[in-house]
Design a binder for this molecule. Structure first.
Ligand SMILES: [Zn+2]
Ligand SMILES: [Zn+2]
Length: 301
């Protein structure tokens, strides 16, 4: 196959766009898809101070690198979960990536916050993943607000978004459907949240990361059974093969025509949030979930 743009040998085939590209033209394609997403959904501008959550995985690193190259004001945030034999490697990947690319980095150590994940795991009688996710989201949000960032970005790609959307549709979860999308506006106690890679698939992001020489750090969490939404992603991969382009069309269609009724319904029936009496984070309970976890860990031994 030849590159659609310059006729050099293509290295990346893109059935969903009915085309293929050489490395340079693929870089251009990828970058333009990100820009198009930022502009069409008005995610942020060059005036914004963007904090980007960096786990050490390729998606978040790719997101940081493309935004940096586009001239945006980005700072990385890494949550060190303090898991032996795992967190150190992830943190090392993020630290060297940021120093090589001139991206400032903030690291939050969960051990110092009384929330080392092994201690949380010991204390909980339910799977750790949802608590760990809650703790990470809490510190992403808190750091963005405390340090006066105007936008909080994550590296979620189209496959992540489609799988989540599909899961929410299967449950007709009004609360989640009303909030889903590449942009969640700031609300009292919540930072503005964006997902700049929402137009790009996992495959496209992985190829771009590889071609840019982004370190491939594959270290699955020792506590997790594997990636979330695996079965939905598989189902959508089959569908996409039968109908190239359906994933992006389904997602954009939801944003354009599907989401509004859920937003209206949530405004009527949704939980009202009030500040946590302990930390001020918005919660539907008196004390937020993370403060309750921290208290439980402190009572240990
Ligand atoms: Zn080309
Ligand atoms: Zn709290």
């Amino acid at each position: 196959m030849k590159c659609k743009r310059c006729k050099a040998p293509a290295v990346v085939a893109l059935p969903s766009h009915n085309t293929g590209f050489c490395p340079d033209c693929f870089d251009l394609f990828f970058t333009r898809q990100v820009e198009r997403g930022i502009h069409s959904e008005k995610l942020f501008t060059h005036e914004d101070r963007i904090l980007i959550a960096l786990s050490g995985g390729k998606d978040s690193l790719a997101c940081a690198l493309v935004l940096k190259r586009l001239g945006y004001n980005v700072t990385g945030l890494h949550i060190d979960l303090s898991i032996p034999n795992s967190s150190q490697a992830a943190r090392g990947t993020v630290e060297s990536f940021c120093s090589e690319n001139g991206i400032p980095l903030i690291v939050k150590e969960m051990a110092q916050e009384g929330l080392a994940i092994p201690d949380v795991k010991k204390r909980l009688n339910r799977p750790i993943c949802s608590a760990c996710g809650k703790i990470k989201r809490y510190y992403f949000n808190k750091t963005a607000l405390d340090e006066n960032f105007t936008v909080l970005a994550t590296g979620h790609n189209l496959d992540d978004e489609i799988a989540r959307l599909f899961s929410n549709v299967l449950r007709w979860d009004v609360g989640y459907l009303s909030d889903q999308g590449p942009l969640l506006e700031a609300d009292s106690g919540f930072a503005r949240k964006v997902k700049p890679l929402f137009r790009l698939s996992e495959y496209e992001t992985a190829n771009w990361s590889y071609l840019q020489g982004i370190p491939y750090h594959y270290a699955p969490c020792p506590y997790s059974q594997g990636a979330s939404f695996t079965s939905y992603k598989k189902l959508w991969a089959d569908l996409e093969e039968e109908m190239p382009g359906r994933k992006l069309a389904f997602y954009l269609g939801f944003l354009e025509r599907g989401k509004a009724p859920f937003v209206r319904q949530e405004a009527v029936t949704g939980d009202t949030l009030a500040p946590c009496t302990s930390c001020g984070y918005p919660t539907s309970a008196e004390v937020c979930g993370v403060c309750r976890i921290r208290d439980a860990v402190a009572q240990q031994d």
